[in-house]
Write a protein that binds this ligand. Structure first.
Ligand code: SF4
Ligand code: SF4
Length: 326
């Protein structure tokens, strides 16, 4: 489907969702979503479509012991999916990432382990080898069109050569080992998606590796990070996503649980404005169990903010808001 068609389809569905929320319907019971164990909130890129570059959060890596407590508590609650994707930050920046992944993969009831990375550090310390040798089931690599100058403009750093080297090594080694990792390349493009297949590096280094386990997607439009990202920040063919106007039902992303590097537990692992240490933080694992935190009055109040029409600042203008009915 063409870029503009996908953009307008998303806009149309967003309007339909707004209308559906005006109807008297009962939301489905609360579910336990994915545990997002944000390995680190430090990033080595400065993407134009992301609020990382203006965030004011204290930075750090998630210690293994806090991760272990979060994962054990989450499993005891019946959780089945662990992601190492932080709200902002690149997981490969965390020197303790592989120890945490190994632990998550050893938890019998966990069915899904994944993370997103910008891929800049894939070649560093042979990280690509560790990922394949650990047989990490699902890895997403976010990148723009394969071109050094586009990389600098969209991802804000001159790291395209490192990314390309790491990506080539990763794709080749994964194939040589029988493709234990599913790799999805998620393009963030400033050119129409149809042009990607004409770029020289795509043809030379990515296309030959595409398979049932190595796939690609592209994003038709970009959300506004609670108002921090605007049209003027985007480049070329990038478009803004429509902001839903009716937010009277809890956002489905509040069913996910984000663990921040200091043990804070946050409802919503997706978006922040200035910092992830905000009103969506409902407790800290150093003081309470995950069960106590998720059942606390503070967590209930955050979830009820939609029903009460008293949206928290980060949710107010967020264009990533979605309900559970679709
Ligand atoms: S989108 Fe990801 S890679 Fe880009 S600046 Fe934000 S956290 Fe870093
Ligand atoms: S509205 Fe936005 S910030 Fe609020 S929970 Fe949903 S995705 Fe997160």
């Amino acid at each position: 489907m063409r870029d503009s068609a996908r953009h307008y389809l998303q806009t149309f569905l967003s309007v339909v969702q707004d209308l559906s929320r005006c109807l008297p319907r009962r939301p489905r019971p609360l579910r336990l979503g994915t545990l997002y164990a944000g390995a680190t909130n430090i990033c080595n890129a400065r993407c134009v479509f992301c609020a990382y570059k203006t965030s004011t959060s204290p930075r750090g890596h998630l210690p293994f012991e806090i991760f272990k407590k979060a994962a054990d508590d989450y499993v005891a609650l019946g959780g089945r999916s662990i992601s190492f994707t932080p709200t902002v930050g690149d997981p490969l920046v965390d020197p303790g990432l592989f120890e945490k992944i190994k632990y998550a993969l050893g938890l019998k009831s966990i069915e899904r382990v994944n993370f997103y990375t910008n891929g800049i550090l894939l070649a560093t310390n042979n990280n690509y080898r560790s990922l394949v040798d650990l047989r990490v089931p699902e890895i997403h690599i976010s990148m723009p069109q394969p071109d050094r100058s586009a990389y600098q403009k969209i991802y804000g750093v001159d790291a395209y050569p490192q990314l390309l080297e790491g990506l080539k090594l990763f794709l080749e080694y994964n194939r040589s080992q029988g493709e234990p990792c599913s790799i999805q390349i998620d393009f963030r493009l400033s050119i129409p998606a149809s042009q990607i297949v004409k770029t020289a590096d795509f043809v030379a280094f990515i296309q030959p590796h595409l398979s049932r386990k190595v796939t690609m997607t592209y994003m038709p439009n970009y959300d506004n990070w609670g108002g921090m990202i605007q049209e003027k920040h985007l480049l070329g063919a990038m478009r803004m996503r429509r902001i839903p106007t009716v937010k009277t039902v809890m956002c489905r992303r509040m069913e996910d649980v984000a663990i921040l590097w200091d043990g804070s537990v946050r409802l919503c692992a997706c978006r922040l404005q200035k910092t992830e240490f905000d009103e969506l933080v409902v407790g800290n694992l150093e003081l309470q169990s995950l069960k106590e935190i998720l059942q606390s009055p503070k967590a209930d109040a955050a979830r009820a903010s939609f029903r009460r029409r008293e949206l928290l600042p980060v949710c107010r203008d967020c264009s990533l808001y979605e309900t559970t009915w679709f």
